[in-house]
Write a protein that binds this ligand. Structure first.
Ligand SMILES: Cc1ncc(COP(=O)(O)O)c(C=O)c1O
Length: 391
């Protein structure tokens, strides 16, 4: 048994990362300095988007998207139930109502047939939060067709999929977060994600008007940009030059800023992101080959082109017994995710019967997936799982 605990996910911080943070700590800016703009530029280039807005975490990124898209009380928004609660919560923050959607049992992603059914059943669905669960990109071309039919917007929750892509019907590579099919996309830089900033997030888009709105909302709704001033109080007249120090709070915004030293860490981490995905893909292939013919396995993520492999999920018999057995053997797995519609906050408001998601949660378990996972540890984990079923 290895001395160390094998977790399901883990950050990889090297000396370059440490030095990037230290040199920013010694600079003139700790927050909203040059590293923020640089991180926004390199990250939006990485995902092929036109605009990037860095924020303090993925949850605030979602909140700002919902605000910018104008979610208000009475609005309904579709969201898959197999996701982290934050994907749905952003709608509730704005007074909207979440209509939970089932997953496709083969991909674990939003079930497009169910999305269509929900649009037919409900009036006033304004948008869809789509989640690239585990790092597998949703085919947004198909989702966009449904959204367009009903005039709905799409927020792509790509917290699990920076670097992921799908190939659309024209044969084009559509990177997660490029803003081609979704109005807005969001990412998280929580430590278990591909790019770790401690806490951190990013919004990407091709829509300038939305990017401008989000920029303002990220910093209290305050602007110092003369061109944007409304002078509505009449204290200063438009034709009279307002003093240099003048600023306006035009919207009810928030302080959702990232610090400059977190941005420096993000830039350094991003430079290694592709190597990380290569390593994750190799790990996925090894799991796939090890488990593909085992009769106790009910399903697994498998090898898929464009998958960013944030998580590797398998569905197994006797899941809770396996979970405990692995813990006894220093292997700490995780369950992603207990369906959000069954969380008391949501369940006590409205009940949904989402059969595939309710089946999935009985069997799923996320096993170790991170770039520094040693071959020895991965083999040990595979052997322990096989031993549990074959003993
Ligand atoms: C799918 C998904 N959406 C949103 C979030 C929220 O991101 P953060 O933890 O950075 O607020 C997470 C984080 O775990 C996530 O996994």
């Amino acid at each position: 048994m290895p001395q160390n605990i094998i977790p399901y996910g883990k950050q990889s911080i090297d000396q370059d990362d440490v030095e990037a943070v230290i040199s920013t700590l010694k600079s003139d800016f700790l927050t909203q300095g040059p590293k923020i703009a640089e991180f926004e530029q390199v990250f939006s280039d990485y995902v092929d988007a036109d605009y990037g807005i860095a924020v303090n975490n993925g949850t605030s990124a979602l909140h700002l998207c919902a605000l910018a898209l104008g979610v208000k009380p009475g609005d309904k928004v579709v969201c898959p139930t197999i996701t982290f609660a934050a994907s749905a919560n952003c709608i509730e923050y704005c007074g909207g109502e979440v209509i939970f959607c089932d997953i496709d049992p083969n991909t674990y992603l939003i079930d497009l047939n169910h999305v269509e059914q929900l649009f037919k059943e409900h009036e006033n669905i304004k948008g869809i939060v789509s989640v690239d669960f585990a790092g597998r990109p949703v085919n947004l071309e198909s989702l966009r067709k449904i959204a367009d039919e009903y005039g709905a917007w799409i927020i792509q929750d790509s917290c699990h999929s920076p670097g992921g892509f799908f190939i659309d019907s024209s044969g084009l590579k559509q990177k997660c977060g490029n803003g081609y099919y979704a109005d807005l996309a969001i990412f998280s830089f929580h430590p278990v994600k591909h790019i770790a900033c401690g806490e951190g997030g990013m919004i990407t888009t091709r829509n300038k008007a939305l990017a401008d709105k989000i920029n303002l909302l990220r910093t209290h709704g305050i602007t110092k940009d003369k061109k944007l001033f409304s002078y509505s109080s009449g204290f200063f007249q438009e034709n009279q030059q307002a003093p240099l120090w003048y600023y306006e709070m035009q919207n009810l915004g928030y302080n959702y800023r990232l610090t400059d030293f977190q941005a420096a860490l993000g830039i350094s981490q991003l430079s290694k992101a592709d190597k990380g995905i290569e390593k994750r893909t190799r790990i996925a292939k090894t799991y796939y080959e090890a488990f593909q013919n085992k009769k106790w396995i009910k399903g697994q993520s498998g090898y898929i082109e464009g998958h960013a492999y944030h998580l590797y999920v398998i569905e197994v018999e006797k899941r809770d017994e396996l979970y405990l057995y692995l813990r006894e053997n220093n292997i700490h797995c995780q369950i992603h995710y207990f369906p959000v519609h069954l969380m008391p906050y949501y369940f006590n408001k409205k009940s949904f019967n989402l059969i595939s998601s309710q089946e999935y949660i009985k069997n799923c378990i996320s096993i170790a997936m991170f770039p520094t996972l040693a071959e020895y540890d991965q083999n040990y984990l595979i052997n322990r799982i096989n031993h549990f079923y074959e003993k």
